[in-house]
Design a protein around this ligand. Structure first.
Ligand code: FES
Length: 138
């Protein structure tokens, strides 16, 4: 009888350990995915190198909206200023957040709500010799 209780207790402990392990997996994945991005964007003077091949127009790169025209390259955080969805779509001359329909012009200004604030802009440098493009994160 005592042996049976011990065995049952052991099984319950195993089940709880298994359940905790199972719940930990999505939490760790979420932390790795979002935490990595947060650490990258909130760190001090740091830069992200993009190489030299940035196409004309709008492109999306690891949390940034990059806009290259004849005279300049601009970089904005692709996080919508409404509730933080990733902006990954462009229609005409507007960036579109597909969560609730906010739109931003190519200067990062909100032109259609619900978002009212502009996208966060970052400084972009291009090395004259190598053509290397770097986003400076403050
Ligand atoms: Fe972009 Fe709501 S999060 S419109």
């Amino acid at each position: 009888m005592e042996d049976l209780q011990h065995k049952q207790k052991y099984s319950r402990r195993d089940f709880i350990s298994y359940l905790v392990s199972l719940l930990a997996i999505p939490v760790i994945l979420w932390w790795l995915i979002t935490g990595r991005r947060e650490r990258t964007l909130s760190s001090g003077a740091k830069s992200i190198s993009l190489g030299g091949d940035l196409p004309m127009g709008v492109s999306f790169h690891e949390g940034f909206v990059l806009i290259r025209d004849r005279d300049s390259i601009r970089a904005y955080e692709s996080k919508c200023t409404h509730l933080g969805c990733a902006i990954r779509k462009v229609e005409g001359n507007e960036l579109v957040c597909q969560c609730h329909g906010s739109r931003f012009d190519l200067m990062g200004n909100a032109v259609k709500g619900p978002a009212i604030n502009p996208l966060k802009e970052f400084l972009v440098y291009q090395d004259a010799a190598s053509g290397e493009i770097t986003i400076q994160i403050k």
